[in-house]
Design a protein around this ligand. Structure first.
Ligand code: HEC
Ligand code: HEC
Length: 508
C-alpha cells in the first residue's frame, strides 16, 4: 500500500500559483508534475505522483515505471501508448494536450500521423498551416479517426455518408468514426474494452465474465499494429503492457474548493479506489448480480460523510452524490434497456446504468443507445465536424442516421446501431471533453442529464410543467430547499462527479 502520509508532510499555499489561498495543496518532495507532453521514457517517477489543473490535483501512489513498453515506441511512426494516454489527463488526452504538442513541434509530434490522427488519411500535411487544418478534429476535440471494416453478414448497409471532409478513404465498406480515447486506467472495473467492446474477450460464460488480460493484450496488439503502425510485438511485451495498465487506479485527490477528497471521512482519491471491490455483474441494476445481491442505487458512497460537514461546499458535493444515486429519471427510448425490458418508461436514476460501485461504468457488458450518436442531435449536443451515416436495415428497409454506428460494426446487428458502452466515471475533471463524441465540459456542468436524449426530453417537459405552476428558476426534484436554483443544482451534481480525480499505481 502506498504511503499517502508522505504528501501530508509538505504543504504549499495555492496562493503561490493561483492567486487564492482558501485551501492548502499538498505536494510531495521531488514529485514530478505530469505535463501535456507526457512522461519521459526510462525513468521511474516518485510517488505519490501529482499533476495540477484548474480544478484540482492528480496524484499517484505506487510507481510509474516508464521503462515499461507502454512508454516505448513499438511501431514505425514514433508513437507510444503514452502519445494518447497521458497520466496528467487521467490517462486519456485533452485538446489542450494536443495543442501543446502541436505548438512544441509545429505539428510533427508522433500523435500527428495521418493513419488515424488526421481528419482524413490522404490529407495534405506538408506545412504547419496544412497540418493545423488536417488535424483539426484531433486539435479541437482530441478525437482519433477509427476506421472499421463492415462486419461480414451485417444486417444493414450504409446508403449515404455526409462527410464534412469528403474523405476518399471513408466509404460504405470502410466507414470511419471520430472517438475519444478511453482512459487506460481503472481497467479492473471494465466489463467491455473499447467504446464498441471490440477488444472484449469473454470468459467461460459469454457476456457474464471477461478475460481482462486477454482483452488488454489484444487491445495492445491492435494499438501497436494500428495506431503505431508496427509489427507484431512479443507476447512478453504485450503481457508487460497489460500488467502495467491494470495496476493503475485514477481518481481526483484534491479539489480547489472542497480540499482533500479523502478528508473528513470521505473516500475520494486513488487509494480507496484501488481497494474497491468489483466483479463482473456487481450491483447489476437488472438483478443479475451473480451473488444474488439486490441492486442498490447508492452506487457512489464517497462523500456521504460530508452531508454534515462544516464546509457548505463539501455538503453540496455530498448532495450531488446523493442526486446521482437517487434523483428519479424517467428513462425512455434507450436502445438496449427499454426495448430489452419491454418497458416504454423505466423510472430509474443515473445509477440504473452507471451501476458499478464507486466506479460508475456498467458492471455487465451492455451496450446502450442513449442518443449521443444519434442524428439529428439533441440541441445540447455538439456534433460539429462529425460525419453522418444513413444506415438501412436490410430486413425491414428502415433507415437510421448516426454519427457512429457503434457496437453494430462489431456484431453486425441492426439492434446495435449507435450503441456504446458506459465508461468508468472517475477522473472526469482531468479529461474533458466527454462522451464518445467529445462533448465540451459545459455539457457536464450544465446538464449531465443529456447523457440520454430521452432523459433530456423528459426533464424538459417536467420543467415546463413545473414552471407553469411554480415559476422559472426551480426544478421539482431538488433535494433540499437551498438547492432549488437549477444551475446550482446541476453545478452540485457535476461537483460530485468532478471531485473524482487523481491516480495511483496500484501496487498501492
Ligand atoms: C493515436 C492515439 C492512441 C494510441 C497511440 C493508443 N491509444 Fe489506446 N485508445 C485510443 C482511442 C481513440 C481509444 C478508444 C477507441 C475505440 O473505442 O474505438 C483507445 C482505447 C484504449 C483502451 C480501452 C479502454 C477502455 O475503457 O475500454 C485501452 C486499454 C488502451 N487504449 C490502451 C492503449 C495501449 C496499451 C496503447 C499502446 C500499445 C494505446 N492504447 C495506444 C487512442 C490511442
Ligand atoms: C439509460 C442509461 C444511462 C443513464 C440513465 C445515464 N447514463 Fe450516463 N452514460 C450512459 C452511456 C451508455 C454512456 C456512454 C455514451 C457516450 O458517452 O456517448 C454514458 C456516458 C456518461 C458520461 C460520459 C463519460 C465519459 O467518459 O465521457 C457521463 C459524465 C455520464 N454518463 C453521466 C451521467 C449522469 C450524471 C447521469 C444522470 C443524470 C447519467 N449519466 C445517466 C448511460 C446512461
Amino acid at each position: 500500500m502506498a504511503n499517502t502520509e508522505s504528501w501530508k508532510s509538505s504543504f504549499f499555499s495555492r496562493k503561490s500559483f493561483l492567486g487564492t489561498a482558501r485551501f492548502k495543496l499538498p505536494i510531495v518532495f521531488g514529485a514530478a508534475l505530469a505535463g501535456s507532453l507526457g512522461l519521459s521514457a526510462g525513468i521511474i517517477y516518485p510517488n505519490p505522483f501529482f499533476s495540477i489543473d484548474s480544478s484540482g490535483i492528480l496524484s499517484t501512489s505506487g510507481k510509474i515505471d516508464t521503462t515499461n513498453p507502454f512508454f516505448r515506441p513499438l511501431g514505425t511512426n514514433g508513437r507510444t501508448c503514452n502519445s494518447c494516454h497521458l497520466a496528467a489527463s487521467a490517462w486519456s488526452i485533452t485538446p489542450a494536450d494536443v495543442h501543446a504538442k502541436f505548438d512544441a513541434t509545429k505539428g510533427m509530434d508522433p500523435i500527428f500521423r495521418t493513419n488515424d490522427g488526421s481528419n482524413c488519411p490522404s490529407a495534405d500535411v506538408s506545412t504547419p498551416r496544412a497540418r493545423s487544418s488536417a488535424y483539426s478534429m484531433l486539435l479541437n476535440k482530441a478525437v482519433l479517426r477509427i476506421a472499421l471494416p463492415m462486419p461480414e453478414n451485417a444486417e444493414f448497409q450504409i446508403i449515404d455518408i455526409d462527410d464534412p471532409y469528403n474523405c476518399p478513404e471513408t466509404t460504405t465498406s470502410h466507414p470511419a468514426f471520430y472517438r475519444r480515447p478511453l482512459p487506460s486506467t481503472n481497467l479492473s472495473f471494465l466489463s467491455a474494452v473499447m467504446w464498441d467492446g471490440r477488444e472484449t474477450v469473454f470468459g467461460a460464460i459469454a457476456g457474464k465474465s471477461l478475460n481482462l488480460e486477454q482483452s488488454l493484450e489484444n487491445q495492445a496488439l491492435d494499438a501497436i499494429t494500428g495506431h503505431a503502425q508496427g509489427n507484431v510485438p512479443s507476447t512478453e511485451q504485450l503481457a508487460q503492457i497489460a500488467e502495467f495498465e491494470k495496476a493503475i487506479s485514477t481518481a481526483q485527490v484534491f479539489d480547489v474548493r472542497a480540499g482533500r477528497l479523502d478528508a473528513g471521512g470521505a473516500k475520494g482519491g486513488p487509494v480507496a479506489l484501488s481497494q474497491q471491490n468489483t466483479y463482473i455483474g456487481i450491483n447489476d441494476a437488472l438483478g443479475g448480480d451473480p451473488t444474488g445481491a439486490a441492486f442498490n442505487p447508492n452506487v457512489f458512497t464517497l462523500y456521504e460523510s460530508w452531508m454534515h460537514s462544516h464546509s457548505l461546499y463539501r455538503q453540496s458535493v455530498a448532495r450531488g452524490e446523493a442526486l446521482f444515486n437517487n434523483l428519479p429519471i424517467p428513462i425512455t427510448g434507450v436502445a438496449g434497456l427499454n426495448d430489452a425490458l419491454k418497458q416504454p418508461v423505466i423510472m430509474g436514476t443515473c445509477t440504473t446504468c452507471h451501476d458499478s460501485p464507486n466506479a460508475g461504468n456498467h458492471s455487465f457488458s451492455v451496450p446502450l443507445g442513449i442518443g449521443t450518436t444519434a442524428y439529428p442531435a439533441e440541441p445540447a449536443l455538439d456534433l460539429a465536424g462529425l460525419p453522418v451515416y444513413t444506415v438501412q436495415c436490410l430486413a425491414t428497409g428502415e433507415t437510421t442516421q448516426v454519427t457512429d454506428i457503434g457496437r453494430a460494426m462489431i456484431s453486425g446487428k441492426c439492434a446495435d446501431i449507435g450503441k456504446v458502452k458506459g465508461p468508468v466515471l472517475r477522473g472526469l475533471a482531468a479529461r474533458a471533453p466527454y462522451s464518445i463524441t467529445a462533448e465540451p465540459r459545459r455539457w457536464l456542468m450544465r446538464l449531465s442529464f443529456i447523457t440520454s436524449a430521452s432523459i433530456l426530453r423528459s426533464l424538459r417537459s417536467k420543467r415546463r410543467t413545473w414552471r407553469r405552476s411554480f415559476g422559472r428558476s426551480e426544478l421539482p426534484m431538488s433535494p433540499k430547499k437551498g438547492d432549488m436554483g437549477h444551475s446550482k443544482f446541476v453545478g452540485i451534481l457535476s461537483a460530485s462527479l468532478r471531485s473524482q480525480r487523481c491516480q495511483c499505481d496500484e501496487g498501492c
